[in-house]
Design a protein around this ligand. Structure first.
Ligand SMILES: Cc1cc2nc3c(=O)[nH]c(=O)nc-3n(C[C@H](O)[C@H](O)[C@H](O)COP(=O)(O)OP(=O)(O)OC[C@H]3O[C@@H](n4cnc5c(N)ncnc54)[C@H](O)[C@@H]3O)c2cc1C
Length: 464
């Protein structure tokens, strides 16, 4: 249940200044420097991936290590501020605002290897690259982010985003922009059905599919004839969000805003030409909150129950996993819930469970929550401290508590600052004690809209 309606938080100038100067904002609270001082070493360190996590580690390690050979393997010239894509797809930001040259962030003294890694031989401590050369390492930091598996939805490809009423905020910056255009086209039509989906796997920014629903609802309400539009949300699980209070809040809000929820169905196929989506039943029992016009299909040949739904707009959330070359390496989890899909690390120390010279950070790791830039902010000092300790054969001093954060946009102009960790406690390490994580507020929206981006770049620079 929503504890309170939209509750504007009045901030005085000092408080606003503090927010701006703190470069803190959601998820970017200072955790404190875990270690100081420089270590002299001639170790060879390879960082795979120069996104939020890899770039933060390159900056941190280059400051802490004297004499080390640090290679950052990152094929892209442009860094994308992915948290901004939700605002692009909602028509709030222009796309250009989310791009910066990677050259702005790569620190002096770090060798930037501008090509993708294709393989890892963890026994031999070697990384193979696209040009067939090999990088040998003494220590490896895996920060490749994750892979979007659109191909696991029959008929779906990221190239379809922006065509046939298909949107997907995750696809890319271009995909987010085309998602905006597809939503615009649906709204311009003046009526029809929009279907929003969730994935049957862990995803980055688990709030993004919900945020896209909420901002679209705002836009539909702004037309003045919301009732002419039908909005469905289909999810593979009974939960819409891992943190229980937020999950209850979102479900209640969806019900209040006339969103038809249907649980235990995953998007299994799409027919763009016919604007039809097929959903496959994946749960033991389904939860219905309202009637809508999904047609029960015949049982499939495999005996699975399926539904076919017509749509005018559909928001596709693909299944996600570690990149294939990580899945095919020795570093992938071999047992437990992340088996075959995610990097095998200790979720507290960030050290690989079988190869102590390997650390993981960011979206690629197998962890129950954590696929956010806010988590990267919290993980980076832990990886820094523990990698340096490992290099000195000392016990690992730092532990990641699972900190993650989601500025849960609940409409255009309002948001909730949700922060929690492995224990799911919502009162966990609030960045701003004067903003109640259970209240929607304009202040939380302002943070998402204006303050998180500079704070994020400070993380990349290893400054926060
Ligand atoms: C739509 C959306 C909204 C989001 N909203 C938020 C939010 O509000 N708050 C928040 O905290 N987080 C949010 N996130 C999540 C956040 O962007 C990610 O969690 C964060 O970027 C993870 O950092 P990373 O370095 O692990 O992965 P990435 O930043 O994705 O970087 C991975 C890097 O690895 C590189 N790479 C991949 N394969 C290879 C290879 N084979 N060889 C070499 N390099 C490789 C890539 O080029 C990339 O640069 C959002 C994400 C999306 C998509």
């Amino acid at each position: 249940m929503s504890r309170s309606p939209l509750a504007p938080v009045r901030l005085d100038r000092r408080q606003l200044l503090k927010l701006g100067l703190g470069a803190g904002a959601a998820g970017l609270l200072p955790l404190g420097s875990l270690q100081a001082g420089t270590l002299s070493t001639n170790a060879r360190i390879v960082i795979l991936g120069g996104g939020a996590a890899g770039m933060a580690m390159a900056n941190r390690l280059s400051r802490r290590l004297a004499g080390a050979s640090i290679s950052l393997v990152e094929p892209r010239e442009i860094h994308h501020y992915q948290p901004g894509w939700t605002l692009v797809a909602s028509g709030v930001w222009l796309p250009d605002k989310t791009m910066r040259p990677n050259a702005n962030f790569v620190p002096a003294g770090v060798t930037w290897v501008r090509q993708p890694a294709l393989g890892i031989d963890a026994e031999q401590r070697r990384v193979s690259l696209a040009d067939a050369s090999v990088l040998e390492y003494d220590y490896l930091v895996v920060a490749t982010g994750l892979q979007l598996n659109y191909h696991l939805i029959d008929g779906m490809s990221p190239d379809l985003v922006g065509t046939h009423g298909i949107g997907s905020v995750y696809a890319s910056l271009e995909g987010a922009t085309r998602t905006r255009d597809a939503i615009d086209a649906w709204i311009a039509k003046g009526s029809g059905k929009g279907i929003f989906t969730a994935a049957p796997t862990p995803v980055k920014c688990a709030g993004a599919p919900l945020k896209m629903t909420f901002t679209t609802l705002s836009r539909l309400e702004d037309t003045g004839h919301r009732d002419d539009f039908e909005v469905d949300f289909l999810a593979p699980g009974s939960a819409l969000f891992s943190q229980p209070w937020v999950n209850d809040f979102v479900k209640q809000r969806f019900d209040d805003q006339g969103v038809n929820r249907r649980h235990h169905y995953r998007l299994s196929a799409i027919d763009p030409g016919a604007r039809q989506a097929e959903f496959t039943f994946v749960g033991p029992d389904s939860e219905f909150t309202s009637h809508h016009e999904l047609r029960e299909a015949e049982f499939s040949q495999e005996g699975e129950r399926r539904v076919i739904a017509d749509y005018d707009f559909i928001h596709v959330v693909p299944p996600m996993s570690a990149p294939d070359f990580i899945r095919e390496s020795d570093l992938i989890a071999r047992e437990g819930p992340f088996r075959g899909e995610w990097l095998d690390v200790d979720i507290h120390t960030m050290q690989h469970n079988r190869y102590p010279e390997v650390f993981g950070i960011g979206d690629v790791i197998g962890a129950p929550i954590n696929k956010t830039a806010a988590s990267v902010k919290a993980q980076a000092p832990v990886v820094e401290a523990n990698l340096l300790a490992q290099m000195q054969d000392q016990p690992l001093p730092a532990r990641h508590n699972g900190y993650t954060s989601c500025p849960m946009i609940t409409g255009i102009g309002k948001a909730m600052l949700v922060e929690f960790g492995y224990d799911n406690n919502l009162d966990f390490l609030p960045s701003f004690p004067f903003i109640d994580p259970r209240d929607e507020s304009w202040a939380a929206w302002v943070m998402k809209d204006r303050m998180l981006q500079p704070a994020y770049y400070a993380v990349l620079e290893g400054q926060a």
